[in-house]
Structure formats: structure tokens, C-alpha cells
Design a protein around this ligand. Structure first.
Ligand SMILES: Cc1ncc(COP(=O)(O)O)c(C=O)c1O
Length: 361
């Protein structure tokens, strides 16, 4: 099956081969070297001096870690789709006061909206410990402009900026330090193009200081414990060494391609898909200016029904995603991420055209 879903995505054979290396002891020198190399490579990728945390877990674990480590009383969650909503639900499930600022799917919370809410809270003598935001909402292919929100937050230093970059890190520029992100998380199964299984996050110095003030951070997701083990280039628990081998290899491959080239390749693939979709009478679901370069979410509009074509593609070994939740049948999503090349997209779109013709007969 060839994957054009919004993650997990295709894994390059060279990277896959690294995963079948013999297991190594997780307290050995060899593993410490891998751990160090992976952390250094990730800091380069994320353009940050912050502490890099790696955990054998899905990315959602890091979403929960933000709540467990940084929230004493209140969290604010910017919601515009399924994954940003999940972060709000994680907040509510952890027993602290979780609030949301919600806009319709396909739109993004803007800086003036955030400013207005934070100001009215401050006027009432209240503040939030964190603001959570999903950079690239995978359920709708919608990008939220993080730098604008970070500028607003400068006036509220007690509020940490926590950003989910699960489906954009390594596919789009996300300069963590320049934007002032305190906690930036992602998994490996999207634009990094590895199998799922490891969660990554950067944690700023002031976020670590905040964690030290939170008494019950739990054990597994305790960022101070994880950061203390980093000093020995180790994890408190047994990490997936298969993922470490593959991650180090993939970071080398990304260096060889060059970050700018990689981001541009994603821009080009997205543009190709957008042109193709509009020619069909479909339209992009997110508003202009908020469209992802890694996940295209296409709405039916006046175009043909795409559902039979999705089924036909699946039967021929190509997986493209239907819409998420309530958007099923109304939208579909193409993941053009990781190691997909323009030739893969050209091939996919030709096959899609063919599947539409066959479905119409
Ligand atoms: C934006 C976003 N956040 C979080 C997640 C959750 O990732 P995981 O399934 O690795 O926990 C996903 C998964 O698709 C996602 O797209």
C-alpha cells in the first residue's frame, strides 16, 4: 500500500533498513552516542537551543506532558479542528481548569482574537499558565500563524506557548527560538517519514523552571526527570533503539537534502495538488492564506463525488484519506509529506484522474 494519507507516510528503504539492525543495550556507549546525535540533529532541525526530549510514545503523550508539567491552575486551548480539540480534552481530563477559544474548522485563531481574550482576563485579574495551539491542523489542512500569536504572548510572560507541530515539523519552517515557542512537540510518522513510535519535544529554560514549581508531574511524562537523564544521554525507560537508528539516518538524509530544499519541495507538491483540485471544480477547505503545504484538505464544491475514486485507489494499493469526522464525504485529504517527491504526486494525480473516470462509467 502506498501512503498519501496525512501520516503515517512512506518510509524510505534506507531508513527502513536501519530499523532492522540488531538490538543494542540502552545503557551502552553505543546507545548514548545515538541519543546524543539524535538530540543534536533535532535541535538543528527545530532551530532551537532548548532542551530536546525524546520519548518512546505517540505524540499525544507530549500533548499530555504540557498539561502535567506546566499547568498549576488554568490552560487555554486554541481549537480549530480535531487535534486542537484533543489538546483541550486532555486539559479537561487532567483536572485543571481547561478553557478553549474556538473558531470553525478551516479557520485559525488570529492574534487580535487571542489578544482580546488575554486582555479581558488580565483586566479581571486572571491569567493562563499555558496556551496550546496546533500549527498544522491535520484534520483540515489548516495552518495557524504561530509567530503572530507569539508576539501577543510577549506581553503575558506568565503564559507559556505550547505548539503541536506533529504534521509540519521537517515539512515547513518552524524556527522554535525565533518564534518564542516554549514547548514544541511532534511525532516521527509525518514529515520526518519514520514509522510512528517516538514523541519529540523542545522545552525552553523558563518552561523547565515552571515544571519545577508544579508538584505532581507524574512519573512517565515528568520533563525534569527526562531532562536529567539527557545529561547521561539516556532515557529513564527503555527507548526503541530501532527508531533511534532510523532517526539518526533520516536526520542525515535531511541535512543532505537541505532544509530549505525540503520545505520548498513541500510547497511545490501542495501547489500541484491545489491546481489539480481547482481544475476539477473542487476547492481547498481552509481559507486562503491558511493552507497547509503538507496536508491538502479538498472540499467537494461543484466537483464530482470523490468517494468512489478513493475506494478505487485503495483497491489499487494507494491510500488517500476521506474527510475527518463530520467532514467525511464532504472533504478528502492528501498527505504530501516526508520523502514524497513531485513525481510521486504526478503519479498519484494521474491515477486519481483515472479512478474518477472509471467511477463515472
Ligand atoms: C496535529 C496532530 N496532533 C497530534 C496527533 C496525535 O499523534 P499520535 O497519534 O502520534 O499521538 C496527530 C496525529 O495524527 C496530529 O495530526
Amino acid at each position: 500500500m502506498k501512503l498519501f494519507i496525512p501520516g503515517p507516510t512512506q518510509v524510505h528503504p534506507e531508513v527502513l533498513a536501519e530499523m532492522s539492525r540488531p538490538a543494542i543495550g540502552h545503557r551502552t556507549e553505543e546507545c548514548a552516542d545515538l541519543w546524543r546525535e539524535a538530540r543534536q540533529g533535532l535541535a538543528w532541525l527545530m532551530q532551537t537551543q532548548s532542551e530536546i526530549i525524546m520519548l518512546t510514545a505517540p505524540a499525544s503523550a507530549m500533548m499530555e506532558a504540557a498539561l502535567r508539567n506546566f499547568v498549576k491552575e488554568r490552560s487555554l486551548h486554541l481549537v480549530n479542528g480535531a487535534f486542537s480539540k484533543r489538546w483541550y480534552e486532555i486539559g479537561a481530563a487532567n483536572g485543571t481548569q481547561a478553557e478553549k477559544l474556538e473558531v470553525p474548522m478551516g479557520e485559525a485563531v488570529t492574534a487580535p482574537m487571542l489578544e482580546q481574550l488575554l486582555k479581558s482576563e488580565a483586566d479581571a485579574g486572571r491569567c493562563f499558565d499555558i496556551v496550546t495551539v496546533v500549527h498544522n491542523e491535520t484534520s483540515t489542512g489548516t495552518v495557524t500563524p504561530i509567530a503572530d500569536l507569539a508576539t501577543v504572548l510577549k506581553a503575558y510572560p506568565q503564559t507559556l506557548l505550547c505548539v503541536d507541530t506533529v504534521s509540519s515539523m521537517a515539512g515547513a519552517p518552524i524556527p522554535v527560538d525565533e518564534w518564542g515557542i516554549d514547548f514544541c512537540l511532534f511525532g516521527l510518522q509525518k514529515c520526518l517519514a519514520l514509522p510512528a513510535g517516538m514523541a519529540i519535544a523542545s522545552v525552553s529554560a523558563r518552561a523547565l523552571e515552571r515544571a519545577a514549581e508544579v508538584p505532581h508531574r507524574g512519573w512517565f511524562l515528568d520533563l525534569l526527570k527526562l531532562s536529567a537523564k539527557n545529561v547521561k544521554e539516556q532515557s529513564p525507560t527503555t527507548p526503541s533503539t530501532a527508531h533511534l537508528f532510523a532517526l539518526v539516518k533520516q536526520l542525515q538524509r535531511i541535512r543532505e537534502e537541505g532544509l530549505e530544499n525540503r520545505w520548498q519541495r513541500h510547497v511545490d507538491m501542495a501547489r500541484q495538488v491545489q491546481i489539480w483540485a481547482t481544475e476539477k471544480g473542487w476547492h481547498m477547505f481552509p481559507a486562503e492564506g491558511f493552507r497547509s503545504t503538507t496536508v491538502s484538505c479538498i472540499a467537494r464544491g461543484s466537483g464530482p463525488d470523490f468517494v468512489p475514486a478513493l475506494d478505487a485507489l485503495k483497491a489499487s494499493g494507494i491510500l488517500v484519506s476521506n474527510g475527518y469526522g463530520d467532514l467525511k464525504g464532504k472533504t478528502f485529504r492528501i498527505g504530501h509529506m516526508g520523502d514524497h517527491q513531485m513525481s510521486d504526486i504526478d503519479d498519484l494525480l494521474q491515477r486519481f484522474d483515472q479512478a474518477l473516470l472509471t467511477a463515472a462509467e
